[in-house]
Design a protein around this ligand. Sequence first.
Ligand code: HEC
Ligand code: HEC
Ligand code: HEC
Ligand code: HEC
Ligand code: HEC
Length: 215
Amino acid sequence: MPQIFPRRANYLPAISLIASLGGGVFALVFLWYYFVPSYTDVGYMPDQPVDYSHRLHAGQLGLDCRYCHTNVESTAHSNIPATQTCMNCHAQIKTESLPLVGVRESWATGNSIEWVRVHKLPDYAHFSHSIHINNGVGCETCHGRVDQMEQVRQEKTLSMRWCLDCHRAPEQHLRPISEITTMGYEQPIDFLERNLSRVREENIRPPTNCSACHY
Ligand code: HEC
Ligand code: HEC
Ligand code: HEC
Ligand code: HEC
Ligand code: HEC
């Protein structure tokens, strides 16, 4: 039988195995990096069952975030308000309005409005609002200018690297507790000094060990 393949072709299976393993790992890393939702979710802006506008309510009307997201200082998850909260006003305001049909229907039937979740970490990563709020990280730092959003969209990657970038240098991001929900907050010129001494005095040390976020 004539030799069609050169002798070193005997190594081909081994080489292709190694190559495919390597390629597999590469592909996996690639997939992780680019397709784990947070890398593609910046700008994610799902349509909601009611055209509720943060720009109108939090921006123009100037409602504080905590008027509706009442639990954000005390629990891990920031609650979405119940229909009752909307009805505090909309029992009197715009009672015939078409855009508010879904709200009135929910009120009449007792079925909650099915808001579509915008921000979502994978289940293996744990996050708590209260600890961040109570240590001086503002809503704006992680969610952007919500007061200018007609419809909420994701502004940050919410990737591990994003978490760690702040955890390694929190002094760059802290603001006074009284400014937690302020939108368009401007740091004073000497904010870094102030924050560095705050970090020292209050012993603010965000964790970087794996088990703090993965358990
Ligand atoms: C009048 C009530 C109200 C006020 C005030 C309000 N929100 Fe909301 N918020 C809602 C409702 C209702 C939703 C769910 C529908 C949506 O996503 O638009 C929501 C959703 C959100 C979401 C997205 C949640 C998700 O699904 O991931 C964020 C982030 C948010 N609000 C931040 C803020 C911030 C920051 C402020 C203050 C600047 C604020 N909200 C003020 C009612 C309110
Ligand atoms: C340190 C960053 C950070 C800060 C500060 C922050 N959030 Fe969030 N927020 C997140 C992340 C991350 C998620 C997704 C959480 C998850 O999937 O478990 C989220 C989710 C939400 C949600 C959806 C419900 C939930 O808890 O999953 C709402 C509503 C919300 N944030 C409102 C707010 C408001 C209002 C403030 C300010 C009072 C605020 N957030 C401050 C990072 C932050
Ligand atoms: C503090 C009072 C207040 C609360 C609480 C409130 N709203 Fe409003 N809402 C208003 C006002 C004021 C307007 C503007 C009315 C106008 O355009 O004259 C408005 C307008 C709206 C509109 C537009 C109506 C139209 O015809 O254009 C929608 C939709 C709406 N709100 C939904 C909600 C939802 C959903 C909630 C609860 C999460 C809520 N609102 C909570 C005061 C409130
Ligand atoms: C802008 C800054 C910032 C960002 C972004 C941020 N953190 Fe933090 N984180 C902090 C600060 C400040 C603390 C408080 C440290 C302390 O209590 O000493 C903290 C504390 C924590 C803790 C410790 C909670 C506890 O009970 O001790 C966990 C867990 C955590 N963060 C997870 C996350 C995750 C997950 C993300 C990304 C989705 C994230 N953080 C993004 C600043 C940040
Ligand atoms: C401050 C919180 C935090 C700490 C500390 C942390 N992680 Fe993560 N990690 C996250 C978050 C949030 C995600 C989800 C990121 C995403 O959705 O892309 C994640 C994702 C991952 C993933 C999935 C792949 C990826 O990159 O998305 C692996 C693997 C991982 N972490 C391992 C580790 C290891 C190992 C350590 C310790 C050296 C660690 N993490 C420390 C928050 C953290």
